[in-house]
Design a protein around this ligand. Structure first.
Ligand SMILES: [Zn+2]
Length: 348
């Protein structure tokens, strides 16, 4: 990967076009079927790439245009999972959702996202990042009727994630990111087995690896939860020491408009930090100066060469215009800080 100072990227998802899936909701159903759906997903992926490149984003994601949901779509590709007889479970101790059920030994019979990653790789020379769900968050987003142990199930998920990650790496993915919002809720489990499962998922990888830990999409249940967290959100303090000791290269965090004390970032000093400088829980588009302010504040706790400007979380639930505005603000805000540091924008 070419060395870029302050390379920008999004956490993962972007809104889908209305002709592919109704916008501004999670688990939005596909509007197309069969070959048309396949073609539609690829067209949406092309648009997502185009919008990131137009905005000047440096590390490109697929915008998760081929997935209905960041966790369940991966799970539905595994054997041992019944995704027709769904169960309602409480996710992250916060909201109920209809999810697939583990009914037998789980296995990955074939690649899940590898063809999509190859497709994206062909469309751009920029570095690409691919997001996968983390083992603990997968465990927390389904009903387990087989293993009856969150730890055991996480270990099985870690093994299949590792198989997928190795193939994504071979397909030319530069950064593989594991989304672990559950890390911000179940601290004891993170320290007991969650981090070990994540290390199993990245075992043997030579590409860069990232873990994304946030306070969730801007949906009502998450916004209500945040109101209960008090004036300082210190959840990261519980898990950063463990992440610091891990082999994970990059930590992706929620910072902008959040009540996370930024000095907690000091606890992962030495790691690369994807700093969330875009709030995904509001339709208000940040000004480049606001983005720059957040980045500038974090420079006290992360060395400039390790600072990766990003978004707080995925932008799937936002409108397309708002998401595009936020992409532009992210790139422009990073550029302000590059200028202050005396470096010019990367060129290709
Ligand atoms: Zn997130």
């Amino acid at each position: 990967m070419k060395k870029i100072l302050l390379p920008t990227s999004i956490v993962g998802s972007l809104p889908k076009p209305a002709w592919l899936a109704p916008p501004e909701k999670l688990w939005s159903p596909w509007k197309l079927e069969g070959d048309q759906l396949l073609e539609g997903k690829q067209d949406a992926l092309r648009i997502s790439l185009h919008e990131q490149q137009l905005a000047g984003v440096d590390i490109i994601s697929d915008g998760e245009q081929t997935r209905q949901h960041f966790v369940t779509t991966f799970i539905e590709h595994l054997s041992g999972v019944d995704f027709e007889n769904r169960k309602t479970v409480r996710i992250r101790d916060r909201y109920d959702a209809s999810v697939p059920m583990v009914v037998d030994q789980i296995a990955r019979q074939k690649a899940v996202f590898v063809e999509d990653a190859k497709f994206l790789r062909k469309q751009t020379n920029k570095p690409i990042k691919w997001a996968l769900p983390g083992p603990m968050t997968m465990v927390d987003t389904l009903y387990d009727n087989h293993y009856k142990s969150r730890e055991k199930l996480a270990w099985e998920f870690a093994k299949v994630l590792n198989e997928e990650a190795r193939e994504l790496q071979d397909a030319g993915v530069d950064i593989i990111q594991f989304d672990e919002p559950a890390f911000n809720v179940f601290f004891d489990e993170v320290n007991d087995w969650g981090m070990a499962a994540l290390e199993k998922a990245i075992e043997g990888l030579k590409c860069q690896t990232a873990v994304h830990v946030c306070y969730g999409y801007g949906i009502q249940a998450n916004n209500d939860w945040k109101k209960t967290l008090g004036s300082e959100w210190r959840q990261y303090e519980e898990i950063f020491p463990k992440i610091q000791k891990s082999k994970i290269d990059i930590v992706s965090l929620e910072c902008h408009n959040s009540k996370v004390p930024l000095n907690l970032i000091e606890l992962v000093r030495g790691k690369k930090v994807m700093v969330g400088a875009i709030d995904v829980a509001t339709n208000t588009i940040e000004s480049p100066e606001e983005v720059a302010n957040t980045l500038r504040k974090t420079l006290e706790f992360v060395d400039a060469e390790n600072l990766y400007p990003s978004t707080n979380c995925g932008m799937a639930p936002l409108s397309r215009n708002v998401a595009i505005g936020k992409l532009n603000a992210l790139a422009a805000g990073a550029e302000i800080i590059r200028k202050e540091l005396g470096v010019t924008a990367p060129t290709y």
